[in-house]
Structures are given as structure tokens and as C-alpha cells.
Design a protein around this ligand. Structure first.
Ligand code: UTP
Length: 286
């Protein structure tokens, strides 16, 4: 089984980052100094998925421009003897083969994924939500792709979430089958607290069979009036197996200002020089 491409939906309204997102796409906001979209593409590339389809909203070409090479900048860096930055520029532009599709209107994550259908074709594919940043080697999507290949099945990522958060997330009804794996029996998007089937919340990593597109075509708007990917994956359960992978590693939802701040703090603590500066600054603040 070949995973043909990674789809990265980046066409949401980004209302939680207004006013910034009036002109800056949310995925170009950085964790320390690296844009969120870079982290998502790097995860796909590290998993050996070299073809990436980014879904953008109208006018957000800057997201795709980010991955173009910039000869004038490269020459300037070379002249200044900044080989380190030059390597970073070349590596960034060469990470993956980037294609894009425009989602005309933000009608939901499911509809966003559906717009990639003509480019994905009839092959299994990965979905990486850039808002979900996971620090983990080997890359989570790569581990999931391997599982999907071995079991010839769909795999979604989950994590245990506090009960008060479940009503804003997709939640899995799933039975443990060993290791970090669960057999999924049902999925529900944004359940009422009393209807949540477990505390296993869906996190933005999926390896899906192309049949999900057929279901997305037929999926009616669900929770909050949007076409939900969760509803289409739930629809797959009548004909295919879906496994949930409770991934290890540190995860932050950077789709909120506090999440993006936490991610930057966590990432800065992973870099020795920056960590010293930040720790000293925090203790001075206290
Ligand atoms: P969210 O609903 O969490 O984020 O979408 P949002 O809509 O971008 O931001 P808020 O809620 O207004 O602050 C989860 C992911 O799905 C993408 C988003 O870009 C994000 O990566 N998405 C969502 C789309 O691509 N299209 C949509 O219509 C909705």
C-alpha cells in the first residue's frame, strides 16, 4: 500500500488569531522562529511522504510562496558567509514537492479535505493538521503510515483529553487492542458531555483510504454547521477498519494564542542556549 501524498488543510478562518490573521495566514505564525506550516511539511518529509498538498483559502498564496527558493536571498547569504542560513534556505525549499488547492469558502475540515480529491486520486493518503504540533521522533504520521500499511486499514491519532474539553473535540468509541492501538467502533464530533463515548480525542493526524472522499461527497453539515471529517471517517466504519493510535510525545494545539505561546516556550526549552536565557528570564520575573 502506497501513501501517495500528505494533505495539509490550512484554509480555516483563524478567528482565534484575529486581528493578525486579517493579513497573515495562521500557518505562517511561528513556533519560536519556524512557521507552523514548515513543521507540518517537515513531519511529512521525515515520514518519507515527499508530495504535499496544502489547502489554502483565496488570497493566501503566501503559504505556498514560503516553500519557493529565493535566489536573491540565497546569494546575499552566500556573500555574507552565512552558509548555515543558506543551507536552511535550500533545505526549506527542497523539503517536499508542494502543490496547493484553494478552498473557496471555509465550509469545514471535511470539505477542505474533499477539495484535494483531484490531486490525491485513488490512493491512501495522510492528513496533517498544522495546528497540532507533536514533538516526536520518529514522526507520528510516519508511524501511522506504517501501521496503515501493515493492517491495510485507516489509522487516526488520539490522545486522552480532560472530560471538560471533549465537547469541543472529535471523540472515539474505541477498544484497546494492545500497545498504543485501539479498534475504533464509532466516532462523534463535539459530543455533549453526557454523550462522549470515551476520553480519547482525535488529534490532527490521519491515514485514510480514498473511499473517504465518496463519503465526504455525501456528508451533510454536522456539528457547528460544517462538513466534518470525523463524520466521514465514522462512515468508513461500515465497510472498513479504523484504528486509533494513542501517540506518545509532547503535543500542543497551536490553534489558540495560548497554545502557540506554550509551543514556543516548550520548543525554546529544547534548545540549550535559548533555554538558559528563557529560564533566567522566568526566574527574574518571579
Ligand atoms: P479549526 O476550526 O480548528 O481552525 O480548523 P480555524 O477555522 O482555522 O480557526 P478558528 O477556529 O477560526 O480560530 C482545524 C484545521 O482545519 C483547517 C484549518 O485551517 C485548521 O488547520 N480548516 C478548517 C480548513 O482548511 N478549512 C475549513 O473550512 C475549516
Amino acid at each position: 500500500m502506497n501513501i501517495g501524498a500528505a494533505v495539509i488543510p490550512a484554509a480555516g478562518l483563524g478567528t482565534r488569531f484575529l486581528p493578525t490573521t486579517r493579513s497573515v495566514p495562521k500557518v505562517l505564525l511561528p513556533v519560536v522562529d519556524v512557521p507552523v506550516i514548515h513543521l507540518a511539511v517537515a513531519e511529512a518529509a521525515a515520514a518519507g511522504i515527499g508530495r504535499v498538498i496544502v489547502i489554502v483559502s483565496p488570497g493566501q498564496e503566501a503559504v505556498v510562496d514560503y516553500f519557493r527558493s529565493i535566489p536573491a536571498l540565497e546569494e546575499a547569504l552566500e556573500r555574507r558567509g552565512r552558509g548555515d542560513l543558506l543551507d536552511l534556505m535550500i533545505e526549506t525549499a527542497g523539503m517536499a514537492e508542494i502543490e496547493s488547492v484553494v478552498q473557496d469558502e471555509a465550509l469545514g475540515l471535511g470539505q477542505a479535505v474533499l477539495t484535494s480529491r483531484p490531486l490525491v486520486g485513488e490512493e491512501p493518503f495522510a492528513v496533517i493538521l498544522p495546528d497540532d504540533v507533536i514533538w516526536r521522533t520518529p514522526p507520528t504520521i510516519g508511524v501511522m503510515a506504517e501501521m496503515a500499511r501493515k493492517m491495510d486499514a485507516n489509522v487516526i491519532a488520539v490522545r486522552e483529553a480532560p472530560s471538560e474539553m471533549l465537547s469541543s473535540l472529535g471523540v472515539a468509541d474505541a477498544a484497546p487492542i494492545g500497545g498504543h492501538l485501539y479498534n475504533v467502533r464509532g466516532l462523534v464530533e463535539k459530543p455533549k458531555p453526557e454523550d462522549a463515548p470515551s476520553n480519547l480525542a482525535i488529534v490532527g493526524r490521519y491515514v485514510l483510504m480514498p473511499e473517504v472522499f465518496e463519503l465526504l461527497e455525501r456528508t451533510e453539515p454536522g456539528a457547528v454547521g460544517e462538513i466534518q471529517l470525523t463524520d466521514a471517517v465514522a462512515g468508513l466504519l461500515s465497510s472498513q477498519r479504523v484504528y486509533a493510535y494513542r501517540f506518545p510525545g509532547f503535543h500542543v494545539d497551536v490553534g489558540t494564542p495560548s497554545g502557540l505561546l506554550k509551543a514556543s516556550i516548550y520548543e525554546s526549552l529544547q534548545r540549550p542556549t535559548l533555554a538558559r536565557e528563557i529560564k533566567t528570564w522566568f526566574s527574574d520575573l518571579a
